[in-house]
Design a protein around this ligand. Sequence first.
Ligand SMILES: Cc1cc2nc3c(=O)[nH]c(=O)nc-3n(C[C@H](O)[C@H](O)[C@H](O)COP(=O)(O)O)c2cc1C
Length: 223
Amino acid sequence: MRVAYGKKPVPPVPREHPHLDESWLADGWLALFVQWLRDATEYVAPDGGRIPEPNAMVLATVDQRGLPATRTVLCKGADERGIVFYTNYESGKAQHLDLHPFASVTFPWVLLERQVHVRGSVTRVGPEETREYWDTRPRGSQLGAWASHQSRRIGSRADLEAALAAVTKQFCDVDYVPVPPFWGGYRLEPSVVEFWQGRENRLHNRIRCEKTSAGWEVFRLQP
Ligand SMILES: Cc1cc2nc3c(=O)[nH]c(=O)nc-3n(C[C@H](O)[C@H](O)[C@H](O)COP(=O)(O)O)c2cc1C
């Protein structure tokens, strides 16, 4: 199948807030980020469509060779301390973060012609915070987390299903499935946050917030 690059598959979405200027960052990066995440969550396209997984973000890490790797994870918390996601502490990304505790995440809200990226250092969240989130997850996801040694090779789908059957049996007599010791959260503490809003003629608006020893600096970049 040929893909017709350059052809827009859907008409452009009417943008209610096509602008973006430094004044929008008057209350800091977090307030605008939360607003944009809310906009993405509540957005309804003219055809009734919604943005699937508006809290999905592309997480970049680097391996021992310096080779970047990206994958999608879900943002499960955001406050002044940073952006939180949950994963397996023995996964590929976790091994990268053990070696280089820095990452970049990008929220590609393409339907809104918006993008936010955040870069900074990464630390594990405390066990209490992980448990609080774990307790909100459905039992099936909890068992799945126990069953999967994320990012390791497995021979077949049947082996994976056997692993799930084994943990389902292991926990069949208990009401509470505990947090696996190899699973938990990470917090990306921002040192750079950039907001991007699409505009006409590719003269897009980019406003960057950079943490300095004197506080946050807010400035505009060429698109
Ligand atoms: C929409 C979406 C959401 C995802 N959310 C998560 C997540 O929150 N945590 C996670 O560990 N993997 C999540 N994944 C799977 C990851 O993209 C990835 O396959 C997995 O974490 C293994 O990555 P790694 O081998 O680089 O560690 C998600 C995938 C998609 C497509």
